[in-house]
Ligand binder design. Sequence first.
Ligand code: MN
Length: 193
Amino acid sequence: MKFTLPKLNFTFDALEPNIDAQTVETHYTKHHQGYMDNFQILVDKYPELKNLTAEKILTDLEKLNINNIDRTKLKNMGGGYLNHNIYWSNLNPNNTKDKNLIKKINRDFGSIKKFKEQFTQLATTLFGSGWVWLVEKSDGKLDIYQLPNQDSPLTLGHKPILALDVWEHAYYLKYKNKRIDYINAWWNLIKLI
Ligand code: MN
C-alpha cells in the first residue's frame, strides 16, 4: 500500500486567525508528512502488511505477527498518519452541520453545550502529548476520552469522529502555553455540530 497525505481542501492561511498559517503548514508538511513517511518505511518491511490499509493495520495492531518494537512504532507512526487525516478533515472550512451527529450528541451527552464542556475539560486537563476523541462504539453509542501520544481509537475498536490534537506542535507558535485559547479557537472551526 502506498500511503498518501490527504489533500487539504483549503489553503494554509484559511484557518486564520484561529490557527495561523505557519502552524498549519508546519503541522501538515512536516509533522503529518513525517508520520506518514515513517509509517510507510515500517509497513514496507513486512510483506504481510503490504496489502492492508492503514486503518486495518491500526485496528488489528495487537494481532499482527511482528516484533513488539515495530508494533509500537506502527502504533506511533500509523496513528500519527491517520489521526491527522481526521484532524484536517474536521477543520475543512467547507464542512456543514451533520444533523445525524447532532442528534446522537444530544442523545448521549444531553446537549451540544454539555458535550462541548466535557470535551473541552478533557482537552484542558490532558497531561503531556495526546488527543481528545469523540468516537462511536460498536453499540452505536458516542463516547469522549483522552488518548496519549498518537494512539488511535481504531485500536480500541472505536470509530473516530472528532479529533483534537493537543500536542504542543498544534498550537505553540501562536498560543504558547495558552492551550485553552487554542481549544476555543479550534471549536470556532468545527462546523459539523
Ligand atoms: Mn499533530
